[in-house]
Design a protein around this ligand. Structure first.
Ligand code: CA
Length: 307
C-alpha cells in the first residue's frame, strides 16, 4: 500500500515538473502565427526583436511563430505582396495551409491586404495599434512638409533611414517608399485603402466590424496612453507626435477610434505605441498589463477557436 502511494506521489511530481503550470499547449494554435512589423520596423535588429520577447514566449507553450521581413516603409500593397510571398514560401517548405496573421501599426493594413486577396491562406487577422482610419500625426507631417516645400527632402531622409534599418536587420535592398507610406497612413489615404479593402471595417463610426469575412476571423486592439515610463527613451518622441491629436485619446501615433477593426478586443489599454510591442525592452507603465500576456491570451483565443 505504502509502495503504491509513493509511486503515485512520484508520478504526480513528475507530471508537475515536466508540465509548467498552465503553460504547455496554452499558445499551441493549429496554424502558425506570423508577426508583421509596422513603419520603420524590422524582424530583428541583432538580438532585439521588434515584438520584444513575444515570439519566444509564444513558442515556449506550443506556438509555431514566424516574424515577417517586409519593407520598412512602403504602401500596404507592396508590403502585402512581400508577406504573401513569405507565406507561400513557408507553406511550400512546411505544408502549413493557413496562417494566423498579427500586425502592429502599419503591419495591420499589410495583413488585411493579404486576407483580402488570399483569404484561403489566412485563418485570422489581429491588428494592434493600427491606424485603420489614418493617423493625425501623418496628417500633420504631410501638412508641414507640403507647406515648407520639403516633401522631397523629408522623403529622401525617411527612405535612407528605412533602408538603413532594412540593411541592419539583414534584409538589404527591399524597396522603400516613405512617401507612399505617409500618404496611406494619412486620413485620406487610409480611407482610400479601406474603400479598396473593406473586409471587417467598422459598420458605424468608432464601432466594430464583422467578426468573420470570407472565412477569416478579424480582431483588433489598441492603447490610449502616451507617457508611460520615465526610463523609456521612446516616450519623449511619442509625447511630441501625440500633440497632433489635441484632446482625442491616442497611443502617441494612433487614436483609440482609428485602432478599431473587426471584433474589438479592447481599445483602451494603458499602453503607448511602443508598449504595444513590449518596447523599449519591456518598459511600460507601472500598473499596465504585460503586452506579452496580451499576445499569449490572443494565441490561446485562436487555439480555442480551432485556428
Ligand atoms: Ca514603452
Amino acid at each position: 500500500m505504502i509502495k503504491r502511494c509513493l509511486s503515485l506521489l512520484l508520478l504526480c511530481l513528475g507530471v508537475m515538473f515536466s508540465l509548467p503550470a498552465s503553460a504547455q499547449g496554452y499558445t499551441q494554435t493549429k496554424y502558425p502565427i506570423v508577426l508583421v512589423h509596422g513603419l520603420f520596423g524590422f524582424e530583428a535588429l541583432g538580438p532585439v526583436d521588434y515584438f520584444w520577447r513575444i515570439p519566444d514566449s509564444l513558442r515556449a507553450s506550443g506556438a509555431t511563430v514566424y516574424t515577417a521581413a517586409v519593407s520598412q516603409a512602403n504602401n500596404s500593397v507592396v508590403r502585402g505582396e512581400q508577406l504573401l510571398r513569405e507565406l507561400e514560401s513557408i507553406k511550400a517548405r512546411t505544408g502549413a495551409q493557413k496562417f494566423n496573421l498579427i500586425g502592429h501599426s502599419h503591419g495591420g493594413q499589410t495583413v488585411r491586404y493579404v486576407a483580402a486577396v488570399r483569404p484561403d491562406l489566412v485563418a485570422s487577422v489581429t491588428t494592434v495599434g493600427t491606424p485603420h482610419a489614418g493617423s493625425k500625426t501623418a496628417d500633420g507631417i504631410k501638412a508641414i512638409v507640403n507647406a515648407t516645400g520639403t516633401t522631397g527632402l523629408a522623403a529622401d531622409i525617411a527612405n535612407a533611414l528605412a533602408g538603413l534599418i532594412g540593411y541592419l536587420s539583414g534584409n538589404p535592398g527591399t524597396p522603400q517608399n516613405a512617401l507612399a507610406a505617409l500618404m496611406e497612413l494619412s486620413t485620406a489615404g487610409a480611407a482610400d485603402f479601406n474603400r479598396r479593402f473593406p473586409q471587417a471595417a467598422p459598420t458605424t463610426r468608432c464601432g466594430s466590424g464583422a467578426g468573420t469575412v470570407n472565412g477569416v476571423r478579424y480582431f483588433s486592439a489598441g492603447g490610449i496612453s502616451v507617457l508611460t515610463n520615465v526610463l523609456d527613451v521612446s516616450d519623449g518622441a511619442l509625447g511630441l507626435t501625440a500633440t497632433f491629436f489635441g484632446f482625442e485619446q491616442n497611443d502617441g501615433l494612433v487614436s483609440q477610434c482609428s485602432s478599431r477593426w473587426g471584433t474589438v478586443l479592447r481599445d483602451d489599454y494603458p499602453w503607448n505605441h511602443g508598449d504595444e510591442v513590449n518596447q523599449v525592452f519591456g518598459l511600460r507603465g507601472l500598473f499596465a498589463p504585460d503586452p506579452v500576456g496580451f499576445y499569449r491570451a490572443q494565441a490561446n483565443r485562436l487555439r480555442n477557436l480551432g485556428l
